[in-house]
Design a protein around this ligand. Structure first.
Ligand code: HEM
Ligand code: HEM
Length: 305
């Protein structure tokens, strides 16, 4: 439409490249997502204010002694907070399950992830205030349920922190972005190379199996130099007295071994980081699954027993 009404000088301009169009579209989407994220946290904040307000109303006015027994699960506010927790569980968990089925992978869209984080935290607070708060004095079954619920929230919270901190550390020690499977493959290749070098040079076994591993530090301990692998290799080579400790005709092989061993140590660390990124998820999901029947048991027991 703009093209037909555009003045002549504009028509002379080169048409925007498809990449530029793609980029601007992406940027717009990023902006949009940012607003969605803010909206999610704002709504969660409003819900938090309502939850705390309702609880304070119950604890200090409606159910305050001698009028009542204080804030409890079976007061009007207690029921409201219990039901709200149930609804929040539905929103937070149902989306995850649906998404999992549809996309066949764990990554969630950024906006929904934000809803998940923000409202997941509110669900934790709402459950605590619904109980009174009463944890140690709560009947064992209800108390244990609250503990399981808080563990669910806590695993999610720590998982989120891991998801922010670990990738940064990971990119600082990897030459290229690798999947966990690629790291395993590289590790196997590196080990094979070390074994082959040692088979051909058995006199370097002591140097490669004892001296070098002792000299290699934790990758993070190399500070900024961890990004420059040749510097780390040089440091290990010097620290192990490579130039004097190894026979002149074996120096090249020994240095190759140091390179492989340093690489292997870094790969091991990468594998550790990949493990951290994944390990908490099954616990978080298992707790989600556990809390569902437990919610039903809780509701049945508080009404029937
Ligand atoms: C994740 C959700 C929930 C958690 C973690 C939770 C946890 C608890 C805890 C720890 C108590 C205190 C028990 C005691 O003082 O002995 C409690 C009490 C109670 N909850 Fe829940 N609750 C949840 C959801 C619900 C829902 C959805 C309802 C009903 C609609 C409900 C109804 C009650 C009632 C009626 C009580 C009072 C029971 C009594 O004092 O014996 N709760 N809840
Ligand atoms: C009512 C509370 C919660 C429930 C029921 C719940 C449930 C789930 C489920 C079922 C998944 C797996 C999603 C999938 O594989 O598609 C998941 C993922 C996740 N949850 Fe929660 N969650 C809760 C609270 C939280 C909280 C409070 C946080 C953090 C503040 C959190 C952080 C995460 C993260 C980061 C993932 C993504 C894991 C990944 O990278 O695959 N969750 N949650």
């Amino acid at each position: 439409m703009t093209a037909t009404t555009a003045p002549a000088p504009q028509a002379a301009r080169p048409a925007p490249s498809p990449t530029a169009k793609k980029l601007s579209g992406k940027t717009l989407k990023e902006k949009e997502t940012r607003w969605d994220k803010r909206a999610a946290w704002f709504l969660a904040f409003v819900t938090t204010v309502i939850v705390v307000g309702l609880w304070a109303l119950s604890a200090y006015k409606l159910d305050a002694p001698p009028l009542g027994r204080g804030a409890q699960g079976d007061t009007v506010v207690g029921y409201a907070l219990g039901i709200l927790t149930l609804v929040l569980y539905g929103v937070v968990a149902a989306y995850s399950m649906r998404h999992r089925k549809r996309v066949q992978k764990r990554a969630m869209t950024r906006t929904w992830m934000e809803v998940h984080l923000a409202f997941g935290l509110v669900a934790g607070l709402a459950a605590v205030l619904h109980s009174g708060p009463r944890l140690l004095s709560a009947a064992p079954l209800h108390g244990a349920f609250l503990v399981a619920w808080l563990l669910l929230i806590a695993t999610g919270f720590f998982g989120k922190i891991i998801g922010v901190v670990v990738p940064r550390r990971l990119t600082r020690i990897e030459d290229e972005a690798l999947l966990a499977e690629d790291v395993t493959e590289k590790q196997a290749a590196m080990r094979k190379q070390i074994e082959e070098l040692l088979q051909a040079n058995p006199d370097l076994a002591e140097y490669a199996n004892t001296t070098v591993p002792k000299a290699i530090k934790n990758p993070q301990a190399y500070g900024k130099r961890r990004m420059k692998r040749p510097d780390v290799i040089e440091e290990v080579w010097t620290q192990t007295n490579g130039p004097t400790a190894v026979a002149a005709d074996k120096q090249d092989t020994a240095k190759r071994l140091v390179t492989c061993l340093v690489e292997e140590r870094f790969l091991e660390q990468m594998q550790g980081y990949h493990w951290m990124l994944r390990a908490w998820v099954p616990v978080h999901v298992a707790l989600t699954t556990l809390c569902f029947p437990w919610l039903i048991v809780h509701i049945v027991t508080v009404f029937l027993l």
